[in-house]
Ligand binder design. Structure first.
Ligand SMILES: *Cc1c(COP(=O)(O)O)cnc(C)c1O
Length: 366
């Protein structure tokens, strides 16, 4: 069987290095807020080009903390609106509503599955304070038009960079394009920990300081609490493992790019709509490889029968979830079409050429 993502195989690539780190942390007797975290944060600054990295417990917390810090700093107030793509993974939206902010959904572009920048301005009101862009499926969404729009309306650009670590726009890494970014190191992400983990990056020193305090019970100094904070920390074990894997992320992303290239050039079934690749290949790190088919369920069953595991990212749009039942009657036809037709093919840094070949053959014979 061809697994959608073989996490065991991915992590065993670095068996010696990771096992040595696990043992080192175990034996050190120091498990939180120590040298492994500060070393990873320093290397993460270097990698992303940002001046501040803050390790946190997971990707959702990273986004929640950014918005919460903007509220504490008086940049945003409860009831303010944040623009977000209608077809994102629900965590982006949860981070907004959890802070008492109002998510304003905008349709994606059917060609690249990212927010349609041309549809943002019509949604801006006097309450809009930010745009949460999501580099969905690993593809960067950014442009000078977006920058100018944010500037014109004094909006913060926050990147949900859970899926696009290592992607680049105009020579800058994702996570260093807007005002602040949230990363997820969930095991299945391109840079995955051995459990939950996340990070915030920013070049805004004041914001970084506020997030650091918020993630630590609202405190920058032991037993002195500035804010009603939370506990959201990246532990030493995860930091040490991520620090090992960070060295290999560019090479792993390149393998994903090569697989994507093969899929795009060799899948020739007219029933399949392939993803568009960006002009500059650096803008995509292929966290998932999305195809569309009108008869998606039949295609998935066919591939399962051929021993190929696929997933759907995502089957139900956020506005159709019970969690946001007040939106259930709203209509986002492009987003709904995407949710009905997408299917994710296996793509990973440990897939063999033969496995890639097998996926191509199976999709072409459907
Ligand atoms: C994974 C993901 C998150 C949440 O990250 P967790 O670490 O699972 O909390 C947020 N946004 C997007 C787009 C994601 O893919």
């Amino acid at each position: 069987m061809i697994k959608f993502l073989d996490l065991q195989k991915i992590n065993l690539q670095y068996k010696e290095e990771i096992e040595a780190k696990l043992l080192e942390v175990f034996r050190s007797g120091w498990y939180l807020m120590g040298g492994q975290l500060s070393k990873f944060e320093e290397n993460f600054n270097h990698y992303t080009g940002c001046s501040h990295s803050i390790g946190v417990a997971n990707g959702l917390d990273a986004l929640r903390l950014i918005l919460r810090a903007y509220i504490e700093l008086g940049v945003m107030n409860k009831g303010d609106e944040i623009i977000v793509p209608a077809n994102t993974y629900i965590a982006s939206i949860l981070a907004i509503s959890d802070n008492g902010l109002v998510p304003v959904l905008v349709e994606p572009d059917l060609n690249n599955y990212n927010i349609d920048i041309s549809k943002i301005e019509e949604k801006i009101t006097s309450k809009t304070k930010g745009i949460l862009i999501v580099h969905l499926y690993g593809r960067i969404i950014f442009s000078e038009t977006l920058q100018q729009l944010a500037q014109k309306h004094s909006l913060k650009i926050i990147e949900d960079n859970a899926q696009a670590i290592g992607a680049e726009w105009n020579g800058s890494k994702s996570g260093n394009l807007g005002d602040a970014a949230g990363f997820s190191f969930y095991p299945g992400k391109n840079l995955g920990a051995l459990g939950d983990a996340g990070a915030v990056t920013t070049n805004d020193e004041n914001l970084a300081k506020t997030i650091r305090a918020l993630a630590n019970y609202g405190s920058n100094q032991k037993y002195v609490n500035l804010y009603q904070g939370l506990n959201s920390r990246l532990d030493e074990i995860q930091a040490a493992v991520l620090d090992v894997k960070l060295k290999y992320i560019d090479q792993e992303n390149d393998i994903r790019r090569n697989i994507a290239k093969r899929y795009i050039s060799e899948i020739s079934n007219p029933k399949i709509i392939l993803p568009e690749s960006p002009e500059n290949e650096k803008e995509h790190v292929w966290h998932v490889f999305i195809i569309r088919a009108e008869n998606r369920e039949a295609l998935q069953a066919y591939l399962t029968d051929k021993g190929i595991q696929t997933l759907i990212h995502y089957p139900i749009p956020p506005h159709r979830q019970h969690a946001y039942k007040e939106w259930n009657e709203m209509s986002f036809p492009i987003s709904e079409k995407i949710h009905q037709e997408v299917l994710s093919l296996p793509i990973s840094p440990v897939m063999s050429d033969e496995e890639v070949q097998e996926v191509i053959r199976a999709v072409n014979t459907f």
